[in-house]
Design a protein around this ligand. Structure first.
Ligand SMILES: Nc1nc2c(c(=O)[nH]1)N[C@H]1C(S)=C(S)[C@@H](COP(=O)(O)OP(=O)(O)OC[C@H]3O[C@@H](n4cnc5c(=O)[nH]c(N)nc54)[C@H](O)[C@@H]3O)O[C@H]1N2
Ligand SMILES: Nc1nc2c(c(=O)[nH]1)N[C@H]1C(S)=C(S)[C@@H](COP(=O)(O)OP(=O)(O)OC[C@H]3O[C@@H](n4cnc5c(=O)[nH]c(N)nc54)[C@H](O)[C@@H]3O)O[C@H]1N2
Ligand SMILES: [Mo]
Length: 810
């Protein structure tokens, strides 16, 4: 989230598109209700299904799964045509005025630089037109056709209301009404908040769905302000923490990128990181990158990381391909390239696409280790259940080790919520039986590995042998010790550069990342967490809910990264003079000498408004990007591509139907179905009564939602002779599910490119362990294809067929 849960109540319009917050985030959803009651906010829901969120909305519009870019490009077209944008904001705070390099173009579904042989882009032209000093040229009058704003206008001009409706199936009048509600927040004192989750991410164009709305928000001046922002409602209680501390395979803690094998030396690595300012006088905060990465290396290797060895740079892994995501891991298992798998708190047989492929992959392993409090389907994959069940466990040679672990309530620790708050929690109970903590198990594996490296050498022992492991109990480091290590501390006395006085003795916990150094005198395991555990104590454990302006900012409740800042980019909440755009809901303002307010300024606090430094200081030009440069895999502007399985051709460019840069393996192409055989669109989702695949182990949840079902609209049910509560067989090219039909008014057929299109809803919670009735699982049906930037699987738009059937024999 750029903003916070509490801040939602400041919104004038709340749009839930690409998620179902009332169902999946029922506690946080109370802030939407507060926005409605206290602020008179309008709640708008755009979803293929009339959801629990839609049931309390002021306005609902249906949409075909996988077509949000067409919808949102149509919104941009509407805003630009009606001139419903916040002009002063767009001119001063976005890259609208900057000129784009000459070679950049878009034609017939491809951006410039496409290589049809490698199916990838050379992004050289996805850049600004730079002057001799390397600064981006600009035309503040917007006359030059190469201005970002003019290229954007041209790009979205194809998305007329007629075209939007033809692609998305959203009736034109409903689309236009949503546009009107959105446009009402272009006023400087009005804000819209965008709440989204998997309805946007789980597509082969997922990241561009989100970009499209971020662009809408920039055009409206809704980023950085109270009640605005792009608010990803996250999943597991600590999934935000997972990405923060670098558990994605191409990242290190604090979103620092893992080196690639093209970056053989530390200098090579740093060359592409320091982001020289792209406008004169601009602050480009990532000029501090070296301080973050050296401090991380010092945290990893302590005294062994020296200036001479570039702080242990050679010990960092170097990626040989862009990344090893989970889809890739299962591809490698299937090809025999990965033979062992440690599966910690993860149930891929249930959770990952094309279950048959997952099962085949696991069956080829030499060993599988699961670390889980529960008996998961993955740990018993050899018993698989369903029509595709191999039922020959004796032929599977994989050795499975199940390690029972404790869970969050059985240990101290912190969870990072969607609002980036690190909240400490305290142990409430002892773990049952022989369950041990994740930390204890991981430490044990580490010590045994290190012992083996010590004794046997091995290919490359240095990264493991040099690890710094100075914990009170090396067998099980204390969560507080780990938290302090993440925060960071000084390794030598720090002195004031002018007076030479000692400002912090060696060993002092850092107050913030501003104190980090690139000379090896500071260590920090995750620079964005610096300030979370200081000499004043554990900031994550704070529980003071005082909210001085009653505006949803309680600075002493827990601690938010970065720097305890609650609203990101909050400099943009004020105008060019430093006064709040919305005087009723100021966030930070210029008080004559510095930036101050109810939040920690996202800016250099002493930079005067007249210095004309852009508010987005993490970007080298300091501006919000309507043109994304080379950061996205498939283009600097979002473009509508059909899902890999789609009921319609791409009416904009039939020859380039799908995202050209999506994550798809050649072997998987044969497993995609066609609309002739699988005529219905399916989408998968969750229910409040279950949490993924765990709560079916609890009797109460199993009673609330006892068995697998699919939702089918009344029209299709009638056409197919499917009865309410009757058995149906849902099939895709990859497998079939037999379950009960829930016939509903909440899904209506859509007219897509002139043809009626039916959507089938597939909740995902059932498997073959636990208390609920056995089910085949939604992912028996889903395709193995991922988003081009994040590799998130396309769980939300694929094709199936459905037929009434007899009850299965069990
Ligand atoms: N009770 C409960 N709560 C949970 C979870 C749980 O299992 N149970 N899981 C947690 C996790 S890990 C996560 S990630 C979050 C997920 O939170 P959400 O993303 O809100 O959850 P989903 O149920 O996947 O909802 C996706 C919604 O998007 C809609 N949708 C599908 N395709 C499209 C599309 O192309 N465009 C648009 N506009 N909408 C589309 C679906 O109809 C559905 O209503 O929930 C979290 N909260
Ligand atoms: N078709 C379809 N598939 C989906 C989705 C969808 O919308 N549609 N959603 C996707 C999403 S967003 C998600 S997040 C995934 C979820 O997929 P998973 O994360 O694989 O599902 P969970 O059941 O949440 O599994 C987490 C496991 O962690 C265990 N666990 C809990 N606490 C601890 C702990 O402290 N330590 C350890 N070691 N284990 C613990 C639980 O018992 C559980 O077995 O599913 C994805 N799959
Ligand atoms: Mo999730």
């Amino acid at each position: 989230m750029t903003n916070t849960w509490q801040d939602i109540r400041n919104a004038n319009v709340v749009i839930v598109m690409g998620g179902n917050a009332a169902e999946a985030h029922p506690c946080g959803f109370k802030w939407v209700i507060e926005a409605k009651i206290e602020n008179g906010a309008k709640l708008v829901v755009v979803d293929p299904r009339f959801t629990r969120t839609a049931s309390v909305a002021d306005y609902y519009a249906p949409i075909r799964p996988g077509t949000d870019i067409a919808f949102l490009s149509g919104v941009m077209h509407y805003l630009l045509e009606k001139d419903a944008i916040q002009h002063a904001y767009v001119r001063a705070y976005t890259n609208a005025s900057l000129l784009v390099a000459d070679g950049f173009a878009f034609e017939d579904g491809h951006f410039s630089g496409f290589n049809a042989e490698t199916n990838s882009y050379d992004k050289a032209t996805w850049n600004y037109d730079l002057d001799e000093q390397g600064f981006a040229k600009a035309d503040d009058t917007w006359q030059n056709p190469r201005c970002v704003i003019n290229l954007l206008k041209q790009h979205v001009s194809r998305y007329t209301p007629e075209m939007v409706s033809r692609i998305t199936g959203t009736p034109q009048d409903k689309f236009l009404h949503v546009c009107e509600l959105i446009a009402s927040t272009a006023a400087p004192d009005k804000a819209m908040t965008s709440l989204f989750a998997l309805g946007w991410t789980q597509h082969s164009v997922g990241a561009q769905n989100i970009r499209a709305m971020a662009m809408v928000q920039l055009l409206l001046g809704n980023i950085g302000v109270a009640g605005g922002g792009m608010n990803a409602l996250r999943g597991h209680s600590n999934i935000q923490g997972l990405t923060d501390i670098g558990l994605l395979s191409n990242q290190m803690p604090g979103y620092l990128s893992l080196p690639t094998d093209k970056e053989a030396t530390f200098d090579d690595y740093m060359k592409t990181k320091l982001f020289k300012p792209l406008r004169p006088g601009q602050t480009s905060y990532y000029q501090n990158y070296g301080k973050f990465v050296v401090s991380l290396q010092k945290a990893l290797w302590g005294d062994a990381a020296t200036k001479e060895n570039n702080w242990g740079y050679d010990w960092l892994p170097k990626l040989d391909i862009p990344l090893y995501d989970i889809i890739k891991a299962f591809e490698m298992m299937n090809n025999g390239q990965m033979t062992g798998y440690i599966c910690q708190g993860f149930n891929p047989l249930q959770a990952f696409p094309d279950r048959g492929k997952i099962r085949r992959g696991l069956s080829k392993l030499k060993f599988l280790v699961t670390m889980d409090p529960l008996d998961t389907e993955t740990s018993r994959f050899w018993q698989d259940f369903g029509p595709q069940n191999p039922a020959k466990p004796s032929e599977i040679q994989t050795e499975v080790f199940q390690l029972p672990v404790t869970c969050f309530a059985e240990e101290n620790g912190s969870l990072v919520n969607s609002a980036r708050w690190l909240q400490w929690h305290w142990k409430a109970a002892e773990g049952p039986g022989k369950a041990m903590s994740d930390i204890w198990i991981m430490s044990g594996i580490f010590h045994r590995l290190r012992e083996m490296y010590r004794k046997e050498g091995g290919a490359f022992p240095d990264p493991i042998l040099n690890i710094s492991w100075k914990y009170t109990d090396p067998r099980a480091p204390d969560p507080e010790e780990l938290a302090k290590e993440m925060n960071g501390r000084t390794l030598a006395d720090q002195t004031d550069p002018v007076t030479n006085a000692v400002t912090a003795k060696a060993g002092t916990l850092l107050d913030g990342f501003g104190q980090l150094k690139d000379d090896g005198t500071t260590a920090s395991g995750c620079w964005i967490f610096a300030g979370s555990f200081t000499e004043k104590g554990n900031q994550m454990a704070r529980r003071d809910a005082t909210d001085p302006r009653e505006q949803g900012i309680a600075p002493n409740w827990a601690w938010a990264w970065p720097a305890n800042r609650r609203i990101l980019y909050n400099r943009a909440s004020a105008d060019l003079e430093g006064k709040a755009w919305n005087p009723k809901k100021p966030v930070v303002e210029w008080n004559g000498t510095r930036w101050a307010g109810i939040d920690v300024p996202d800016y250099i606090p002493t930079t005067k408004p007249s210095d004309n430094v852009g508010p987005f200081i993490m970007n080298a030009e300091g501006l919000g990007r309507l043109f994304a440069l080379n950061l996205m895999a498939e283009g600097p502007f979002p473009e509508h591509y059909e899902p890999f399985e789609s009921p319609s051709e791409n009416v904009l460019h039939p020859k380039v139907s799908n995202n050209p840069a999506a994550r798809v393996f050649a072997d998987d192409r044969a497993s995609f179905g066609h609309r002739n055989d699988f005529p219905y669109v399916a989408t998968t989702y969750r229910l409040t009564e279950h949490f993924h695949f765990w709560t079916k182990h609890a009797l109460i949840n199993a009673i609330l939602q006892p068995e697998e079902f699919v939702e089918i609209g009344e029209v299709l049910a009638k056409e197919k002779g499917i009865a309410q509560g009757g058995w149906v067989k849902v099939s895709s090219k990859r497998g079939e599910v037999i379950c009960k039909a829930y016939v509903t008014k909440r899904i209506k057929p859509l007219t897509v490119d002139g043809k009626p299109t039916h959507v089938i809803g597939v909740p995902l919670h059932w498997g073959f362990t636990g208390q609920a009735r056995k089910g085949y699982g939604a992912n028996t049906l889903t395709p193995s294809v991922g988003d081009a930037n994040t590799q998130t699987p396309e769980f939300k738009a694929f094709l199936v067929n459905v037929e009434p059937t007899a009850a299965p024999v069990t």
